[in-house]
Design a protein around this ligand. Structure first.
Ligand code: PEP
Ligand code: MN
Length: 348
């Protein structure tokens, strides 16, 4: 439920409504950015009598929020959320690019690739140091050494870093190095982890569970938002279907549908969404055309030697060509690529 106060409501009347909501055992939250004061209620609403609130002084309307998620819904916050990572504003008209290797494999690989991506205008580097691998025998990532390499890349090129956090016990460590914490598809419903990233200040990239509905994705986002962190970016990364020709089926519907349901920015991962480097370009273009606020793309200098996800990794020169195509697609729909505007530190 959302309590819409009258335009001339007095602070004391707002306080009374907030106090009453608390008496009902719910948490009142002010909805941001609206012309008049709107108060949302978080918690089990079954015990609340809307008629009673409607009769309170200063109250104009009581609007039901029908979706099970509240803070994530467009009803609660009509205007788009903008999540700032480094010098990039995700959710603005500028389409934000994140690119990098699936895994941080070595200092030399990461530094060289970061320099190339920086030259292409990319300002957010992706790269996993803690890797959620299907097999326990596969490369598990470089751990904290990988995080240190990512931090050195930021220091050298001014790139912001997005990297995955797999467990609650890693949140503090990863948060010390990363500019944005990634929750992978396999952890989208790890509720303790969602709460933990909700209680720390870094923005969160929440990837859709490979078998999750959009409602489940938004409820996962709600865990982070309700724990106090409003900087959540959603990512469509492909789902399980009966189709086996591609690794996952990229759900392009999810992009415009999520933009209707939520104010949170939505980005696309065409690398995991297809599992094939030769489909990454077409699906990246489709995602931007469908309204994605950004893309996260895997790139590797030598995909055939990559320790993870080589088959879906673009070579740097293909990535550069794709970025120019994405610039044209964004302009065709009245957007553009986010400018790599702010000067970045660049040590020769
Ligand atoms: C990744 O980004 O490398 C990754 C493991 O993604 P996902 O969780 O979507 O599989
Ligand atoms: Mn990967």
């Amino acid at each position: 439920m959302l309590v819409v106060m009258r335009v001339d409501a007095q602070p004391a009347e707002v306080d009374q409504v907030m106090a009453r909501i608390k008496e009902f055992g719910n948490t009142p939250v002010l909805a941001p950015g609206t012309e008049r004061i709107c108060i949302g209620m978080l918690g089990d609403e079954r015990g609340i009598n809307p008629d009673e609130i409607l009769l309170m002084s200063g109250v104009d309307r009581v609007v039901p929020i029908l979706a099970p998620y509240k803070l994530a819904s467009r009803d609660f916050q009509p205007q788009d959320t903008i999540v700032v990572v480094g010098d990039q504003r995700i959710g603005d008209p500028g389409v934000v690019l994140m690119a990098g290797p699936c895994s941080v494999e070595s200092r030399a690989q990461t530094m060289e690739l970061a320099e190339m991506l920086h030259g292409m205008g990319v300002r957010i580097l992706r790269g996993g140091a803690f890797k959620p691998r299907t097999s326990p025998y596969a490369f598990q990532g470089m751990g904290e050494n990988g995080l240190q390499i990512l931090a050195d890349v930021r220091e050298r090129f001014g790139l912001a870093i997005v990297t995955e956090v797999m467990g609650t016990d890693e949140v503090e460590l990863v948060g010390q190095y990363a500019d944005m914490l990634q929750i992978g598809t396999r952890n989208m419903q790890n509720y303790r982890l969602l709460e933990a990233v909700g209680q720390q200040p870094k923005p969160v990239l929440l990837k859709r569970g490979m078998s999750s509905t959009l409602e489940e994705l938004l409820l996962a986002a709600e865990y982070i938002l309700s724990a106090g962190n409003r900087n959540v970016v959603l990512c469509e990364r492909g789902i399980r279907t009966f189709e086996r020709a591609t690794r996952y089926t990229f759900d392009v519907n999810a992009i415009p549908m999520l933009k209707l349901l939520t104010h949170l920015p939505v980005i696309a991962d065409p690398s995991h969404g297809t599992g094939r480097w030769d489909l990454v370009g077409p699906i990246a273009r489709a995602a931007v055309a469908a309204g994605a606020d950004g893309l996260i793309i895997e790139v590797h200098q030598h995909p055939e030697e990559a320790l993870s996800d080589g088959a879906q990794s673009l070579r740097p020169e293909r990535c550069a060509a794709l970025i120019e195509e994405l610039r044209r697609v964004s302009r065709a729909i009245g957007r553009d690529l986010a400018p790599p505007s702010a000067p970045t530190r660049r040590v020769a």
